[in-house]
Design a protein around this ligand. Structure first.
Ligand code: SF4
Length: 463
């Protein structure tokens, strides 16, 4: 039988002012890898964000990234020159990930592929994607390069005109890519008896510290600042009977203890999804830890759900509060009504979570938002005894708030995705941006106080 085609899958670098590995894995690419493997394609994955690449040790001038609890931590980084539009910003800019020489070696090591697939994430990270594509074309000049992922979907025209990729896939469905690969040939032959698990292909990564789980795609809410609706127009929840074996698979075969839910709406419809899933976890007694970096909807956190979360092993709980300014909120979303946040947080605290395990994301830099509104929200979170986390707003095409963002911004966000960078607070003016250090200081103080309290309580509990 003819050989199966071989593909190189690339998770590109991040070029930014700051980046942190908060359970960051290329989930879309790994899901696609699973589908491609099932179709018979042979795969090589090159992860430019690989924190554990052994060859990085030879760069003595680079500091090894500090890793923290539960598999999170820093990436390798090298300071690079800023792209022209960001030159006026007085902050260092870095390439996060492995050294370009190592990337070249990884590409050279692989036999000549039939195509190279590059994913993308934040719109303003496109320079890292372009650098990846350019090197891939240099090493394999006659191989088609296909770009997909979130940047390619949100800024398709920009990607078509500027990325250098031969093809752009702007659909969430793997079918468009499979059709394109068929046209490019050669044809893949699905194995008669699949030898791989059906889950996202985390096993292609070098060293697994945690697994990301997607128990649903999309979100039934339609918050005006969020692109979930565009990226996943339908809200789809997987059967808990499918999700549970996935957790057990990684736990039993790879010894994974930490699982980060990537869901946008993990707790929606909890009776039929989250509750049976977690009851199964508790019943079987597997000792795992769960994290919710994408935030949960606090309005759904009843006493029962809070206790179940505690029993099942949740460690890191993030809540999408965004703002406690209900006049502003009415213009943005309807995911929390007054009183729901306080009630849900109390349920979590009473279930036994430490305040330092629960954090509320607060959006900063929205069009029309005042600094005082953010300060009030920080105070509100502090009054509820949990940790505030600032989430700087990044304006995104295809969101409902996009036109307002364009009107509010001094930057040309319409034509230059680099200006979507949340570090710039692109929809605030200079006078508001100047108060960002004050907001960050305030948040830091609240968090330090709560961590100190938790440590004290732990000390008292232990005695
Ligand atoms: S609830 Fe969260 S994921 Fe859903 S639309 Fe709003 S911000 Fe997006």
């Amino acid at each position: 039988m003819a050989r199966n085609p071989m593909l190189i899958l690339v998770n590109p670098w991040i070029h930014d002012f700051a980046a942190y590995d908060l359970w960051s894995k290329p989930m879309g690419l790994l899901m696609l890898a699973s589908v491609l493997r099932g179709q018979g394609y042979e795969l090589r994955l090159v992860d430019c964000l690989d924190v554990h690449h052994p060859d990085m040790q030879r760069y003595k001038n680079l500091h090894a990234p500090k890793r923290r609890d539960f598999g999170t931590g820093k990436f390798w980084k090298q300071i690079i020159s800023k792209p022209e539009p960001l030159k006026p910003i007085d902050r260092p800019y870095s390439r996060y990930g492995i050294h370009p020489d190592i990337f070249r070696q990884e590409l050279e090591k692989a036999p000549r592929p039939d195509a190279i697939l590059v994913t993308s994430l934040m719109t303003y990270w496109y320079p890292g994607v372009f650098e990846t594509i350019s090197i891939a074309k240099e090493i394999h000049p006659d191989v088609p390069v296909i770009l997909g992922g979130i940047y390619a979907r949100l800024c398709t025209k920009h990607a078509r005109e500027k990325s250098g990729a031969h093809y752009i896939v702007d659909s969430a469905s793997p079918d468009s890519l499979l059709n394109l690969l068929k046209q490019l040939g050669p044809e893949a032959h699905p194995p008669s008896a699949p030898s791989f698990h059906p889950y996202p292909a985390f096993d292609l990564l070098r060293r697994l510290e945690y697994i990301c789980i997607l128990a649903s795609t999309g979100c039934p809410y339609r918050c005006r600042y969020c692109a979930s609706d565009f990226l996943f127009p339908a809200f789809h929840q997987r059967d808990p009977e499918e999700v549970f074996p996935e957790i057990v698979y990684w736990y039993q075969n790879y010894g994974i203890k930490d699982f980060a839910f990537y869901d946008d709406a993990l707790l929606v419809g909890a009776e039929k999804h989250f509750i049976p899933l977690m009851e199964e976890v508790v019943k079987t007694g597997i000792r795992v830890r769960f994290h919710t970096p994408n935030a949960i909807h606090i309005r759904v956190v009843s006493k029962g759900i809070a206790h179940l979360m505690k029993k099942a092993g949740f460690q890191t709980i993030r809540i999408g509060l965004e703002t406690a300014d209900f006049d502003l909120r009415r213009k943005l979303d309807n995911k929390i009504s007054q009183g729901e946040f306080e009630r849900g947080v109390q349920n979590l605290l009473k279930a036994g979570f430490h305040p330092s395990q629960i954090g509320a994301y607060i959006l900063v830099g929205l069009p029309g938002q005042s600094v005082e509104s953010v300060l009030d929200t920080i105070n509100f979170v502090e009054a509820n005894d949990i940790m505030p986390y600032l989430a700087e707003y990044s304006p995104l095409p295809h969101t409902d708030l996009w036109e307002e963002a364009i009107n509010a911004s001094e930057y040309d966000i319409q034509n230059e995705p680099l200006f979507h960078n949340n570090t710039l607070l692109p929809c605030w003016d200079e006078s508001k941006r100047a108060r960002m250090p004050e907001l960050k200081r305030k948040v830091r103080e609240v968090r330090e106080r709560l961590v100190a309290c938790s440590t004290q309580n732990l000390f008292v509990d232990a005695h």
